[in-house]
Structure formats: C-alpha cells, structure tokens
Write a protein that binds this ligand. Structure first.
Ligand code: ASP
Ligand code: ASP
Length: 431
C-alpha cells in the first residue's frame, strides 16, 4: 500500500489524556438525509473499531469523527494553531509556512452548500502552501456520465494527496476513508461536514475558541473593547514575548492548553440540536474534560440525539436537557447558538416550531456573566441578535478566524510537518 506520508506520528506527547483512548465508544447515527440517493449508514460496529480504522499509530490518519481526538491530540492541535498564527504574523514566517506543503496537493470535494468552511480550508491550504483544486457541483464531474461516486473519488486519489470533502450523506466520508485504506493509494480524507452527523474540524476550531477564551488570563483570545453601555468588562490579555521576527508579538502557546480549562464550566448548546452536526461533534470533544457541565437547550421536537446523550453519560459528564434558554442564562460560561437546520425538513415541519424562544438578544445581555463566551458556527439567522456583536462576550467572529489557523494545524499534523513548525517557532519566536 502506497501511503503518502501523513500520520501524526511525529508529535511530542505533552501530557496524559484523562480517559484511556481505547475506552471511547459511540453508536453511529442512522438517520438519513432526504436528498440521499444512496444509503450510507455508518457502520454499526462500535466506535473503537471505527476510530481504529481511521487512525494510524493511535493518531488520526483521516479526520472523519470527533471521537478520534483524545485530549492530548486536541491540545497539541490548539498549541500548533497558536504557533502557526504567530509565525504567520510576519512576512518571513508566512514564507516559511508556505514551503511546508508546497509539494502536496489537496482536492476539495464540496457537493453540499458551503461558503465559510470551503473558504476556511482554501485559506488554510494557502497558509501551508498546499495547492488545491475543487469540485463543488456534481454536474461538472463525470458522475453525469454515470460514473459512480466511488470511482470519482478513486480518480481524485490518483491526482491528489488529500481529499477534503463535504457531503450530504452521513457516513460517506467514513466510507471513502475506508475505501481508500483498501486501495493502492491510501490518502487522507478530511470530513468537512457529513450530513446531520458530524463536522469534526468545526468542533476542533470551537474547542480552540473555548480554550483561548477560558485560558485568557494566561494569554488567550483578546476581547473587542466594550461599547459604551455594554455589559461586561473586557479582560486584558497578557502576551509577553518580544524579540520575534519583525517585532511581531508572539503568543506563548505554553501550558495553558494543557490544563483542564473546562472543569467547573457550564456550556449551553441552543437551538436545533437534533439536526445540527456541529453540536454533536463538539460534544464528543468536550467529553474529554471531566468536570464540564453541558446544558442542551432546544425545542422538544429538536432534542439532541440519544446516541450523544448515551456517550455523555458513559463519560461521566453532567448534563441537563432544557427547553428554556432564559431561565439559566446567567449561569452559563459559554453559550453555543445554532440556527434551525430546516434544509433537512421532510414536509416543512420546522414552520410549526416556535424557534423565537431559542434566540438571544441585546436586551438579555444584562443577564450575561461578564466572561460569557457566545459562539455560533454561522450562518446565523434571528437566533443571534447582531447588536450583540459589539459586546466583549461575542466570540463568533474570532471563532471564524480561529478556524483558519486550526485547519492549517490539522493539515500540517496530517502530513507530519508539525515538528518543523514547532522547531521554527521555538528557534525564532521564543528565547
Ligand atoms: N452552511 C454553512 C455555511 O454557509 C456551511 C459552511 O459554509 O460551512 O456557513
Ligand atoms: N456551518 C455549520 C455547518 O455546516 C452550521 C450550520 O450550517 O448551521 O454545519
């Protein structure tokens, strides 16, 4: 089998994961998209087998399921994302990063609508110098001549070194990864959104955003200045390294990601939790952090899947199901808003749901904790009042930018250039 180098194997272990990796297990969701023509139900084997098939040397070879990421891998990626953003702040640093993967090529196969994730991945490829190509519409591929999707993807695997894909069918990215594992040219697959099931790179950028926010006192996300009359004081962040190239101020990506920043924190997920894949994936990651408390707030019709609640219970994470965002708003340390995922409706059933109750607006801001972190995977609708954007609690625009650095870190790690980036960082950005 001719595999193209990636493997995450070169990373330095920086601390023990809190839960043994092999103990993770989850059920696959089996619901289908109304647009699916091919039944692509994820394999029903337990997730330890599924994860093992996607990993090599206990590290992700493909990035398909959030369950592949243990705490150590999450924290290394956050640290690497911080290093890339620091190095990318200077001209020389940007040029260095662009040499990292200029010898590899990526295929972006995005046949489900996307603006943000698509552009985020193209920007990430550009950061690490990886040329890419794209297919965004099946009608421009040989599928219109009757070629199977499997054959289309096998063709990509002959030209490219990485496939980044968004697809409406749950389980299809996993199927592709398993198919390529058996092929003569195994290349990694990154799942950039699979049906209603998973969006693991969004979950990684989300956890990166939460960690930068919660770890702020030791140099994390800086908040926008508060508008006059805004609720909550901005906290200042101390970023104390000078002497980097071009006088760029580097962030010390040190120990802060390796503490359990989630212990004692309450994180609320609000909205369409039944069909929103980002919340599902992020919940898997948060189960690596004992002491976190999760509140799933949704209309009764759109509750989070039982498979996720089983997973949360099995990991000893405290959670609550609620249908009222207002009553506990003042207790939340983070609130993750989501839009109605009505593209999955079968008969317009979303129209009868009172979604206005699952919104936050400017008038509610007086109830926010000063250090609340408001997130949204975007695009937003009425559930998140744009007047909140000016508040220090609003983190969703930083969240978008964090995604670009995190995805660059994911790609760099897949191709084992993370060590070269770390070495460069320590050589030139610290003393
Ligand atoms: N529907 C999402 C959006 O337009 C998909 C994405 O871009 O990631 O943001
Ligand atoms: N952009 C996210 C996704 O692709 C969230 C959403 O579309 O609501 O899942």
């Amino acid at each position: 089998m001719d595999s193209v180098g990636p493997g995450w194997g070169s990373s330095v272990r920086v601390g023990p994961a809190d839960v043994p990796f092999s103990s993770f297990a989850a059920k696959g969701e089996t619901t289908m998209s109304p647009t699916d023509t091919v039944l692509m139900t994820p394999p029903t084997t337990d997730s330890a087998h599924r994860v093992a098939a996607l990993n090599r040397n206990d590290k992700p070879f493909h990035v398909v399921l959030a369950q592949q990421f243990d705490r150590n891998t999450i924290e290394q990626l956050c640290q690497l994302a911080d290093m890339i953003r620091s190095i990318g702040g200077s001209r020389q640093g940007t040029q260095f990063l662009r040499t990292m993967l200029s010898h590899r090529r990526a295929m972006l196969y995005f046949i489900q609508p996307s603006t943000r994730t698509f552009l985020s991945f193209t920007a990430s490829c550009q950061i690490v110098g990886m040329p890419y190509n794209e297919v965004r519409d099946r009608s421009t591929s040989s599928e219109v001549k009757g070629e199977s999707e499997d054959d289309t993807i096998r063709t990509f695997s002959q030209y490219f070194d990485l496939i980044i894909m968004r697809h409406p069918a749950e389980g299809f990215a996993e199927h592709v990864a398993n198919m390529l594992n058996e092929s003569t040219r195994a290349i990694p697959v990154i799942n950039a959104g699979s049906g209603k099931d998973q969006h693991p790179t969004q979950a990684l950028l989300d956890i990166y955003t939460l960690m930068r926010s919660f770890g702020e006192e030791s140099g994390g996300e800086s908040r926008a200045p508060a508008e006059p009359g805004a609720v909550g004081e901005p906290r200042t962040s101390v970023r104390a390294i000078s002497g980097s190239p071009n006088g760029t101020r580097a962030i010390q990506p040190g120990a802060r990601f390796h503490r359990n920043l989630f212990a004692g924190k309450t994180i609320a997920f609000v909205g369409d939790l039944k069909r929103g894949r980002t919340v599902r994936s992020l919940t898997y990651l948060l189960c690596r952090y004992p002491g976190v408390r999760l509140v799933f707030v949704s209309p009764p019709e759109l509750r989070i899947g039982e498979d996720i609640l089983d997973y949360v219970s099995r990991h000893g994470i405290e959670f609550e199901i609620s249908d009222d965002v207002r009553s506990q708003l003042g207790e939340f340390d983070a609130v993750y808003m989501t839009r109605m995922q009505d593209e999955w409706d079968l008969n317009g059933e979303s129209k009868s749901i009172a979604y206005d109750r699952y919104a936050i607006n400017y008038e509610m801001a007086r109830e926010f904790k000063p250090n609340l972190v408001i997130m949204h995977p975007l695009p937003r609708r009425h559930e998140l009042d744009p007047r909140l954007d000016a508040l220090p609690q609003a983190r969703y625009w930083q969240q978008v930018r964090n995604g670009m650095w995190m995805r660059a870190a994911i790609i760099a790690s897949l191709f084992n250039v993370d060590t070269a980036i770390r070495d460069h960082y320590y050589a030139y950005y610290t003393y």
